[in-house]
Ligand binder design. Structure first.
Ligand code: C5P
Length: 226
């Protein structure tokens, strides 16, 4: 059973809206746990690819996947991506690629996958608190969260941020292609039947296009004292 007394802050939004950075800053500042739900989906996509398990065979392999899908997050340091530890191995750079992102978006639209991931996400609710970053943290997974933030930014700014992030990881990506991929992924995430990307009714929306990460934190602090 999850401990309902654990405070949760949800940070949702599309790729490049700044949710990863803001979630990391809050987790480090408050010394709370962090759930990077996008990375959880990415790790599942990576694991299934490695094992050669197709989506149609998910149910058949669910027990095996459940037993071996052990993911932990380390908030790392500001400026570095949140570390993804899969079965004690650091897979951060392996799962944060555009190829895995594409595969993930396809998987994440599937009901079976979302039902499988839901309890995995709830397990991250541990004291002293949880910062949950994703697309449906406030609308579906942690509906009773004490604070829900929805971040947005223009698509050009988001593509620029994503390019900088990929460059840091050592991959060069063409800006035009990146914009196209981002648009496609946004559309898929927003229009899917299960858990579409949208702000929760009780979420506070912040447009981060012209804001630095510190300015976004200041905005959040204005709304809420933890
Ligand atoms: O945030 P990130 O780019 O790592 O997420 C990868 C993909 O995982 C998204 O494009 C989305 O399709 C999926 N996702 C999701 N629900 C979440 C987090 C991510 O469907 N809560």
């Amino acid at each position: 059973m999850n401990d309902q007394t654990v405070p949760v802050i949800t940070i949702d939004g599309p790729s490049g809206s700044g949710k990863g950075t803001i979630a990391q800053m809050l987790a480090l500042d408050l010394e709370w746990n962090i759930l990077d739900s996008g990375a959880l989906y990415r790790t599942l996509a990576y694991f299934m690819l490695e094992e050669g398990i197709e989506l149609v065979d998910f149910k058949k392999n669910e027990q095996f996947i459940n037993k071996n899908f052990i993911v932990k997050f380390d908030p790392a340091a500001i400026g570095e991506p949140v570390k993804v530890i899969f079965n004690n191995i650091d897979v951060t750079n392996k799962v944060r690629t555009e190829e895995i992102a594409k595969e993930t978006s396809h998987l994440a639209a599937n009901r079976l996958i979302r039902d499988f991931i839901k309890p995995c996400q709830r397990e991250f609710m541990l004291h002293p608190g949880l910062i949950a970053d994703g697309r449906d943290m406030g609308t579906v997974i942690f509906t009773d969260a004490k604070l829900k933030i929805f971040l947005t930014a223009s698509i050009e700014e988001r593509a620029k941020r994503r390019q900088t992030q990929l460059k840091r990881q050592g991959s060069e990506v063409n800006m035009r292609l990146l914009l196209q991929e981002l648009e496609k992924r946004d559309k898929k995430d927003m229009e899917r039947e299960h858990s579409p990307l949208k702000p929760a009714e009780d979420a506070v929306t912040i447009d981060t296009t012209n804001l630095s990460p510190d300015e976004v934190i200041k905005e959040i602090n204005k709304i809420h004292k933890y």
